[in-house]
Design a protein around this ligand. Structure first.
Ligand SMILES: [Zn+2]
Length: 94
C-alpha cells in the first residue's frame, strides 16, 4: 500500500491554496479569468512543484503533470522566478 514516490499531498495542497488565493485576488481586481485563473497566467505559463522548482514546462503522463527536475506533481501558477517562489514559500530550490 506504500508508494515510495507518492506525492507529498501536504506540500502540493499548500501550493494550491497559495495559487488559488492569488487567483481570487486577481479576480477581485477585475482581471480577465479563464478556468479560475487569470488570463495573464496563460500568456506566460509557469508550473510549481513542492520542491521549489519553477518551470515553463512539465512532464505530462499517466500519473498527471510532473516536475521535469524531480517528478513531483506540479501546479500551474502565476509568472514568477524560482527565487521569488522560494521567498513566498520560505524554501530554497533544490
Ligand atoms: Zn521539482
Amino acid at each position: 500500500m506504500t508508494a515510495p514516490a507518492a506525492p507529498d499531498v501536504g506540500e502540493i495542497a499548500r501550493i494550491r491554496a497559495w495559487r488559488d488565493s492569488l487567483a481570487r485576488e486577481a479576480k477581485l481586481r477585475g482581471e480577465e479569468m479563464f478556468m479560475g485563473k487569470p488570463d495573464a497566467w496563460y500568456d506566460d505559463l509557469h508550473w510549481f512543484c513542492p520542491n521549489g522548482h519553477v518551470s515553463g514546462r512539465f512532464l505530462s503522463g499517466d500519473r498527471g503533470d510532473r516536475c521535469l527536475a524531480c517528478l513531483e506533481p506540479v501546479l500551474m501558477g502565476p509568472p514568477m522566478t524560482e527565487r521569488q517562489f522560494a521567498a513566498v514559500t520560505e524554501r530554497s530550490g533544490k
